[in-house]
Every structure is written in C-alpha cells, then in structure tokens.
Design a protein around this ligand. Structure first.
Ligand code: ASP
Length: 436
C-alpha cells in the first residue's frame, strides 16, 4: 500500500481540524470537543516538551565530542564555531527585523486577538510578571542565570534550557579534553541516547497529524465560538506568516551566504549553488539535515572542492549545531505568536530571543520537526504562552522543508569558507555534476 508522506498527512490533519473545529463550534459540540479532542492535542504537546531536555543534552554533547582532538578543536574548531554562531545570529536578527516590520501576527484581527488573549490570559499574566521582575535585575544576571548550580534541577525544568545547553557544551568540551579511552563509554552512551531520542521524535511525529488535528480544533473551537468569519482571517494570517519566514530564508540564502563566500573564498557563486543543489533538494524533501549529511559531504568534496579533512569535520558538526534556517524561523514564529496573542515583546525580550534562538538552534536535532520543540523553549524563556504553537503547527512541516534546505546550505557555505582559509579549497575542479 502506498503510504502518504508525513507532511501530507499533517496537511490533511490540519484541514480536517479546521473543518471539525468549525463544525464543533457551529453545532454546539464544544463540551465534547473539550472532553475528547483537546486532551489529545495536550498529550502531543507534552510529548514534544518531554523530549526537549534529553534531545539537547544528547545531540549537543555528541556535536562537541565529535571534535576529536585538541589541535583541531582549537584551530579549525574555533573558526568554524565563530562563523556558525555569527551567521546564525545574523539569521535570527534578519528574522526579527522582518517579523517586526511586516507584523504578520497583527494580521490576526483585533477581536480574534482579544479572544486568543482571553484564552491564554493566565499564561500571559505569568509572562508579564516575569518580564516585570526581569527589569529589576542587573545587566549580568542573564549570564548568572545561564550557569546552573545543580545539574539535576537544571534538567528538571524545561524553562532552564539555557542551563542545560551550557552544561552540555562544558561536558562536550571536557570529553574532548580527557583521554579517549576514558571518554569513550560516555560518548557511546550519549550516542545511543541521541539515537533513541531521535527515534522518539520519529514516533511522536507519527501522531503529528492527529496532534495537529486536535490542536487546531482546539484553537478554532475556542476562537470561532460566536464568529466563524474570524477563522478565515486566522488562516489568512498564517499564510502571511509563512511568506515572512520564507522571505527571510531566501534573503539569508541569497544575500548573507554570498557575502560570506565573497569575503573568504574566490568561488564563483553559480558554482556554489549548482554544486550544492542536490543536497538542498534532498534536505527539502527529507526535512532532515542529518539524513542529508552524506550527500552534503559528497557535494562539498566533489563539486565544490572542499578537502576531505575539512568536510569530514565541519559538516557533521554543522549538521548538529548550525541551523540558520531553524533559528530564523524560531525568531519569526516566536514574535508572530506573541503578536497574534496581542503580547508586546520589548527590546529585552527581543535580545533574549536572539540569544535563546542561537543556542536553541545549536541544540536542535537535525531531524524533521525538531525546530518546533525548541521553539517551545524560546516561548517559555520570553514568557509567551507555549500553547500558542497550536497556531503555527499546521504549517510547520512545509516551513521545516524550507528551513532544512537553508540549514544545509549554511553548513556547505561555512565548510567552503573554512577550507579556503585553511588553503584546502580546490578551485581547479571540473564543472560540477548536478545530478540528484
Ligand atoms: N528539520 C530541521 C533539520 O533537520 C530541524 C528543524 O526542525 O528545524 O535541519
């Protein structure tokens, strides 16, 4: 039997959820929906939150531990991580500029915003209280908060994700520094842990269509109770949100990377894009930069002339920690949700998004749908109700395809730049073969 690809299943879940939500609201089935449908969405959401901490711990520690010896760690590693972080920060900033300028969330009509706000009022109050208390703290407090004094309390609360990330980086570096035979059992353990968690992500994604159905039903039912026309406007607003994310991804891919390549290499841009196209297409159709990695490496070596030494180190690390597309999307999504719920995010909150999105994208696993899990953490950090992801979950798979293509492009652009800086970029290669 031909199995429908997951993204189509999710689109169908979304469409059915919209229909059922409207039906439920207009037929007065609200109580049934709240009793029997809404909990399914909550379970799906809880599952996503459940795996966030082990996912970050496992994939981040593995990413750092793959810097297997100290000389590489300090030289190539230093350059690579610097460029990764700078390009990711640019991506987040670009996303923030676009979402603040175009305000796709404000497209959500006033009365709809009002209803959404009422629905999430309790959560919003908590967020506002946190924002108020944050204002009273000193400038370095954010760094103090990043450093946990107890790892078990850090991993015991999803709100402490920055502390978990900090610990994972420290632990990963320590694993690189200790003798290999001592570190190996731990590396193997985290390798296994990461594999198992990624399997859980796959399993959770099986019920994603139903989860999306339930979450969208909940939203539609709540907002459409007495005004069905608001639903059309809500979906219109989602379309605009998608356009903003995709616009950001395109600008980043066609402006930021060419600038990076111009600064560090003399590679013709057409050659870069033609050479990397097969990996981009595979990333787009698989939504997984991890699954695309072998192809990315091959294209970089064969088509772009990146040396094996650089590609075998920079690209696996990049697939784990460098996700410009994901970071840009997370920034747009976080502000979109806040706008749709009528919440103001001040400058401090926006700066917090830059920091958290850079770190969250580092901790995002290179598998389908991982980005939205980390979005939950960003929302929690800036005090936006996490249930707001129900608004965007329905279109997430489509955006996942687009952001994954950018993630892979970013890894290749950085690998090419680092290879050029290291004198390990062969520009004399024949014109690339572009077969997929
Ligand atoms: N699917 C993305 C990747 O593999 C991660 C994400 O969900 O943003 O690169």
């Amino acid at each position: 039997m031909l199995k429908l690809p997951l993204h189509w299943q999710i689109v169908i879940g979304l469409i059915l959820g919209v229909f059922y939500g409207i039906l439920s609201a207009s037929m007065g089935w609200s109580q049934f929906t709240v009793d029997w449908i809404v909990p399914i969405g909550d379970i799906f959401l809880n599952l996503l939150k459940l795996i966030a901490v082990p996912l970050v711990l496992g994939s981040l520690i593995m990413g750092i531990a793959s810097l297997s010896d100290v000389k590489k760690l300090s030289r190539i590693g230093g350059k690579t991580i610097c460029i990764y972080i700078v390009t990711t920060a640019i991506a987040v900033t670009l996303g923030l500029v676009l979402v603040n300028a175009l305000e796709p969330g404000k497209n959500v009509p006033q009365d709809l915003q009002q209803k959404l706000q009422e629905t999430y009022q309790a959560d919003a109050q908590v967020g506002m209280d946190r924002a108020a208390s944050a204002k009273e703290r000193g400038p370095l407090q954010v760094f103090v908060d990043m450093v946990p004094d107890n790892i078990f309390s850090a991993v015991g609360n999803n709100r402490n994700m920055l502390q978990v990330v900090f610990f994972a980086i420290l632990f990963g570096i320590a694993l690189v520094l200790i003798p290999q035979e001592k570190g190996k059992p731990i590396v193997d353990l985290f390798d296994g842990l990461t594999f198992a968690i990624i399997k859980i992500v796959n399993l959770v994604m099986i019920i994603a269509p139903i989860g999306v159905f339930a979450l969208i039903t909940k939203t539609i039912d709540q907002v459409a109770k007495d005004d069905l026309s608001a639903v059309g406007e809500l979906l219109g607003a989602l379309g605009f949100y998608c356009v903003v994310v995709i616009l950001g991804l395109v600008i980043h891919g066609l402006v930021v990377y060419p600038i990076l390549l111009k600064i560090f290499t003399s590679m013709p841009l057409t050659r870069f894009y033609r050479g990397i196209a097969p990996a981009q297409l595979l990333a787009f159709s698989s939504s997984s930069s991890g699954a695309t990695l072998p192809v990315t490496m091959e294209m970089c070596e064969k088509n772009l002339g990146v040396s094996e030494e650089v590609s075998s180190f920079v690209l696996p690390l990049g697939a784990t920690i460098n996700m410009d597309g994901t970071a840009l999307y997370q920034a747009v999504a976080a502000v979109f949700i806040a706008q749709a719920l009528g919440l103001e995010l001040d400058l401090t909150a926006q700066l917090q998004i830059i920091l958290t999105a850079v770190l969250a994208s580092i901790g995002t696993a290179a598998v389908p749908g991982a980005g939205i899990i980390m979005l939950v953490i960003i929302l929690e950090t800036v005090g936006v109700p996490t249930a707001g992801i129900a608004l965007i979950l329905g279109v997430d798979r489509i955006l996942d395809m687009c952001r994954t293509a950018l993630n892979v492009t970013g890894d290749a652009a950085v690998a090419t730049s680092v290879a050029s800086m290291e004198g390990q970029l062969n520009l004399e290669l024949e014109e690339p073969a572009v077969d997929v």
